[in-house]
Design a protein around this ligand. Structure first.
Ligand SMILES: [Zn+2]
Length: 284
C-alpha cells in the first residue's frame, strides 16, 4: 500500500510535504493538509489521524469487494467522552444519505446493541429499497434494531459466533409480549391505568414490527415461512438479549454466509473497546 496523508487519507503522490509537528516528522499530500493539521487541537489531531486511517481502510475494502462501504459502528470514539452506543436519528440520516447517494452494491458494516424503533425501521426500509445488492456485515453483533436492518439485506456476512437477536419491541424498558399478557395474568382492576395503557401500546407496537418483518422477508422466503419467522422473532418467546448465531440464522432460511473480510477487523482496531454498554441492556 502506498503512503497516505494523515490528514485527508489520500494517497501521497511523489514526495509530498514533510513537516515537523511536536517533534514528529509528518508527511502530508499537500501544503493545505499540513497547515490544516497543524492548526488542530490535540484531540482534533487524534480524530484527523484516525479518520484518515479509517477512510484508507474503507477505500481498500471497497476496492477489494467492488462495493460502496457504509458503516454503523457503535463504539466509543477515542476522541470523545461519551459513548455512541445506540441507533439514533443521526445514524439514520447518515446511513440514508450514504445509501441514497449510490446506485452501486453496498456493504453495510453493522455493530450495534439496537436503538430507536423508528430509526431502525427507516434504515431497514432504505436497505430493502436500494436498487443494487446490499450486504450487511456483522463481525460481532447486531442486536434488536440491528437485526431488523440485517433482515432487510440481500445477504448477511457474519462469523460462526457473530450474533443477531430477537426484534420484539421494548416499551419503557419492558418486553412487549410480557406487557400484552399482563391483563390475562391478574384481574384487570388490580392493574394500574398506566400499565393497561402500556399494554395497549405494546400490542400496537408488536403488530407494527411483525408487519415490518413480514415485509422485509416477503421476497426472501415463502409467505408461510416468513410469517412463522416474524412471529418467532417478535413474539417475545425469548429474552431480548438471546443470541441468534450463524447456524440458527441459516436454519431460519436467511441468506447468511461466513467470512468477514480481514479489513473489517482492521477498521475495528481504530475504535475504543470496552467502554460501551453491551447488548444485555439493549432497547429496541
Ligand atoms: Zn491530504
Amino acid at each position: 500500500m502506498s503512503e497516505r496523508c494523515i490528514y485527508c487519507g489520500m494517497e501521497i503522490e511523489g514526495k509530498g510535504i514533510a513537516k515537523e509537528i511536536d517533534g514528529d516528522k509528518i508527511k502530508f499530500c499537500s501544503r493545505h493538509c499540513s497547515v490544516m493539521f497543524d492548526g488542530l487541537e490535540k484531540k482534533g489531531r487524534m480524530k484527523a489521524v484516525i479518520m484518515a486511517e479509517r477512510n484508507a481502510i474503507i477505500k481498500d475494502l471497497e476496492e477489494e469487494r467492488g462495493t460502496k462501504v457504509i458503516t454503523m459502528i457503535h463504539r466509543r470514539e477515542p476522541w470523545e467522552e461519551t459513548d455512541e452506543n445506540q441507533i439514533n436519528i443521526e445514524d439514520t440520516e447518515h446511513v440514508l444519505m450514504r445509501i441514497r447517494q449510490t446506485s452501486e452494491d453496498v456493504d453495510l458494516i453493522l455493530h450495534t446493541p439496537g436503538g430507536f424503533v423508528l430509526a431502525s425501521e427507516m434504515i431497514a426500509m432504505a436497505v430493502k429499497n436500494h436498487p443494487a445488492k446490499v450486504t450487511v456485515i456483522i463481525p460481532f453483533y447486531a442486536m434488536s434494531g440491528g437485526t431488523l436492518i440485517a433482515l432487510a439485506a440481500d445477504e448477511i456476512i457474519m462469523e460462526k459466533d457473530s450474533v443477531l437477536g430477537p426484534v420484539d419491541p421494548q416499551i419503557g424498558g419492558m418486553p412487549a409480549g410480557a406487557l400484552i399478557s399482563l391483563p390475562e395474568k391478574k384481574p384487570v382492576e388490580t392493574i394500574s391505568d398506566d400499565y393497561i395503557m402500556l399494554s395497549e401500546e405494546a400490542k400496537k407496537s408488536l403488530i407494527r414490527v411483525q408487519k415490518m418483518v413480514m415485509w422485509l422477508l416477503e421476497d426472501k422466503m415463502n409467505k408461510g415461512k416468513a410469517e412463522k419467522l416474524a412471529e418467532f422473532l417478535t413474539g417475545g418467546y425469548m429474552t431480548h438479549d438471546t443470541p441468534i448465531i450463524f447456524d440458527v440464522a441459516k436454519s431460519f432460511g436467511l441468506n447468511v454466509k461466513q467470512g468477514v473480510p480481514g479489513k473489517v477487523y482492521d477498521l475495528f482496531r481504530t475504535f475504543e473497546f470496552g467502554a460501551c454498554s453491551r447488548p444485555q441492556s439493549a432497547k429496541y
